[in-house]
Design a protein around this ligand. Sequence first.
Ligand code: BES
Ligand code: ZN
Ligand code: ZN
Length: 504
Amino acid sequence: MEIRAIDGQIEQVQTEAAVVTIFEDKTALPESQAVLDRAERALGGLIQSLIQAGEIKGKANETTLIHTQGRLAPQRLLVVGLGKREEFSPFAIRRAAGTAARFLRRRGCKRISSVLHGAGMSLSALESARAIVEASLVGIYNPDILKTGEREPRDIEQLILVDPQWDVVSSLQPALLAGEITAESVNLARDLGNEPANIMTPTVFAQRAAQISSEAGLQMHTLEEEDMRRLGMGGMLAVAAGSDQPAKLITLQYKPTQGAGLLALIGKGITFDSGGLSLKPRDGMEKMKNDMAGAAAVLGTMWAIARLSLPLNVIGIMPLTENLLGGRAYRPGDVLHTMAGKTIEVISTDAEGRLILADALAYAVRQDATHIVDIATLTGSCAVALGRLASGLFSTDEDFAEALIEAGERAGERLWRLPLYPEYKESLESKVADMKNFGGRYGDASNAAMLLRQFVGDKPWAHIDIAATDWNEKTRPYLAEGPTGVGVGTMLRLVERMSHPEGG
Ligand code: BES
Ligand code: ZN
Ligand code: ZN
């Protein structure tokens, strides 16, 4: 898709459709209001009569398509509802942009334009432009990657952002590029999650990572199972034992500066989680193909960081394996020797994420990471607590937690802090080993985070539990069903912020 910004008035730019937004109180944000007022005159009061007839209500994601019949330069005017004015937030703009893109694509519109919704309200023109580009590209994604017959085709060829002020428009280029790159990374993570476990094995994931690394100039290093044995990664090897697919631990290095700091991004990469001998119930198990969403988000983020040439040293670490059953599978009761030297008693083979992350975190510490973020579809408990609306955030460092929450806000990804009280450690006490991997259903999201905490030493660390936000349950006007690519946006903004600590 070609993405441009031009100065002028949107009703004078020839496209197949121009997008404006409206609130439930039938007023609009300034950019849309100006267009609606001018269009109203040109269209002879049509918009008011649609409002009076109750067709335009302004409800969130409502779409009203008006054919302009030559009275405006765009062939159509699409009025998208923003919901209640009191509830307005940048999320509303993302939803409206995604809704518009999906709606117009379905109607075969190839060249569309939009005003900069909300620029100057709660976000800057740059943030508005980036959000619109991102949400449009994320919006038109469809998960039908393996259909051989009719796929929903018809991509939008041109997205044109229009604003009357030349100086605003001429500053937008970096935001348009950042938006495009972010969305492509989000959609990469969604592709990886959509591809089923019989195709997206640890080996295939590694091949995909290798392609991306060579294209983007990242250094890739892969640990094979024999390397893991040498390093004593007992957590990783135990989970991998029940699968015929060889496990991999991929590291991608991005080192643009001689500076001292090193941020490690670690993503859980279970390409299929059956639960192992602690077998999961059958209903919904197919979604466990996306139990590598953390690793996919890390790969996507690394790709974007490199393409945007951000000046911060970052490594991405992706432990990848299946969690299956078989004659060699690990069992409840087994005690594992991890790379950090600590022993873990296995209570549930379905609590496998924390076992592979224990080794991946220790590996990050060994690589001299100064800051560590891990992201994982870790616990059903987090999903029960927060639903699909927010990811769980755990951190021992107040500033780091704040930085992540703010990064999430900018990305349109909610993070909600959950506790890491020292007493959660009691739930991990084992009679035979240093700790056990499951201490009961109560507070398991915090218990799991507390287990991870044992492997990060004293480094600033944050853990993001995406067990519910990784998956969109049903297609919405602005987002297709399935993997969401959550985490890419947040981690990317974190890196942007850490690259420019003064907030530039
Ligand atoms: N991958 C799951 C967590 C999960 C659950 C992700 C639902 C997405 C949706 C994780 O490995 C798991 O199985 N956790 C168990 C742990 C429990 C048995 C100790 C859980 O939360 O039920
Ligand atoms: Zn599991
Ligand atoms: Zn899992």
